[in-house]
Design a protein around this ligand. Structure first.
Ligand SMILES: Cc1ncc(COP(=O)(O)O)c(C=O)c1O
Length: 467
């Protein structure tokens, strides 16, 4: 008799992906400037630690918010007892206004259409439960965030079918790729319930073009399916072209009275833009009342604590603060991304041109000894164990081309980033020296008459100059 349920023991959780294994390796030997200067540097974690000082100075200037007080009076008891799964109205209002601010107020949000969840993780899973049956499918463009295998599939039984994107056009979504994914799902007898995209993309660090968004909207309209846009990185866009939310495209195409209006859903969270993944604040925004009502009931399994809602409603309602925070944070991200791109360039490594996110999508194809995922894993192991950098291999993001890696730049200090660049540069130089040495060896071998080489091998398996 099995003691645990099938759900508890099935491995669609993805815990054994190199994305999570890299974190485990880091935990065994974490870099610390003083205590462990030769340890592994964590560059596999999409955390934003660049603007904590701004949040901390706001907290110091607003002690009531974190101290359970309103106008100097304690509201501890009120907060301790509050458990309404609709959430605090003042927090929902502040959150939707913050979301509109990030989108340059080109779109507005109705606070009655938002559902609070414990992070985007919970928001994405809740949407799967609301929109699909076990065994039905969502189409996702590759490469995608490795956590989606856990968040979308594990407990819901929903399947992911990849939309294959390639480097030939900077990994953009195309009409044939969408159609192929749809056909592939049908071949596998999976009913397609929708498309899920991340805009800006994790792991690419790019925003979607209007062209792609229009294509997506036309596709889901024609097929009569849902579109989920995970916009968790919407506040991290630091260069042009700016961010365009799918809601803006819906509005521009005057879809208000069409059926697709109710089939587009947004996921958001404060984990990246405010750098607060520990606070577990996420949201679903939908124009469909039935989705909002079902998701609200389901949110009982992953509520945001009232204490957190209270604190953040005060912070997000301070418009002067949020406006300054958004622009200052973007400036800092831009400077970091530039540092990484330039540093890697000096090591002969190029990054996909990016304008958003907390990471770069890095091309190390030329460091593979053959164009295979086995070689990608070999290179990754060397980078983790010898170079002592934890980065995420493209295969963990379901990339179809070997040799791409996601490298995070906002969770470490500038000094640590410089050290990481230096380590990688030395590694590439040593690889180049090795291959130069090997080329020399093989060219010398070529210059010897064939019979000499054959003879020497017959007698001794070492190459001539090594004897
Ligand atoms: C695209 C995407 N969606 C969702 C999540 C989960 O975020 P949260 O911490 O809000 O659960 C992440 C986290 O890395 C992400 O990159």
């Amino acid at each position: 008799m099995r003691l645990l349920s099938r759900k508890a023991t099935c491995n669609t959780h993805g815990q054994d992906s190199s994305y999570f294994l890299g974190w485990q390796e880091y935990e065994k030997n974490p870099y610390d400037e003083i205590k462990n200067p030769t340890g592994i540097i964590q560059m596999g974690l999409a955390e934003n630690q660049l603007s904590f000082d701004l949040l901390e100075s706001w907290l110091a200037n607003n002690p009531d918010a974190a101290g359970f007080k309103k106008a100097g009076q304690s509201i501890f008891r009120e907060l301790a007892l509050f458990q309404d799964y609709h959430g605090l109205p003042e927090f929902k209002k502040a959150l939707v206004e913050f979301m509109a601010e990030i989108r340059g107020n080109k779109v507005s949000f109705n606070q009655n259409k938002i559902v609070l969840t414990a992070g985007a993780t919970s928001a994405n899973e809740t949407l799967m439960f609301c929109l699909a049956e076990p065994g039905e499918a969502f189409l996702l463009p590759t490469p995608y965030y490795p956590g989606f295998d856990r968040d979308l599939k594990w407990r819901t039984g929903v399947e992911i079918v990849p939309i294959q994107c390639t480097s030939s056009n900077g990994f953009q979504i195309t009409a044939p790729a969408l159609e192929e994914a749809f056909q592939e799902a049908q071949k596998r007898n999976l009913r397609v319930k929708g498309v899920l995209v991340t805009n800006p993309s994790n792991p690419l660090g790019t925003t979607m073009t209007r062209n792609e968004l229009n294509l997506l909207l036309s596709f889901v309209t024609e097929k009569g399916i849902h579109l989920i846009s995970d916009e968790i990185y919407s506040g991290t866009v630091f260069s042009s072209p700016g961010f365009v939310s799918i809601l803006e495209v819906l509005k521009d195409r005057k879809c208000e009275n069409s059926q697709v209006w109710n089939r587009v859903h947004i996921v958001y969270s404060l984990s990246k833009d405010l750098g607060l993944p520990g606070f577990r604040v996420g949201a679903i925004y939908s124009n469909d009342d039935m989705v909002v009502s079902a998701a609200t009931k389901m949110s009982s399994f992953g509520l945001v604590s009232s204490q957190t809602q209270y604190l953040l409603s005060a912070l997000l309602s301070d418009k002067k603060f949020t406006r300054n925070y958004i622009s200052e944070n973007q400036k800092r991200l831009k400077q970091r991304q530039k540092l990484l791109v330039k540093g890697f360039e000096k090591a002969g490594i190029s990054c996909l041109a990016s304008n958003a996110g907390l990471f770069c999508w890095v091309n190390m194809k030329h460091l593979l000894s053959s164009n295979t995922f086995t070689e990608e894993m070999e290179l990754w192991k060397k980078i983790v164990h010898e170079v002592k950098l934890n980065i995420s291999p493209g295969s963990s993001c379901h990339c179809t081309e070997p040799g791409w890696f996601r490298v995070c730049f906002a969770n470490i200090s500038e000094e640590t980033l410089n050290l990481a660049i230096q380590r990688l540069k030395s590694f590439v130089e040593s690889m180049n020296n090795q291959s130069h040495h090997q080329t020399l060896k093989s060219s010398r071998r070529k210059s010897l008459p064939k019979w000499v080489f054959r003879l020497s091998f017959d007698h001794d398996h070492r190459e001539p100059e090594e004897r």
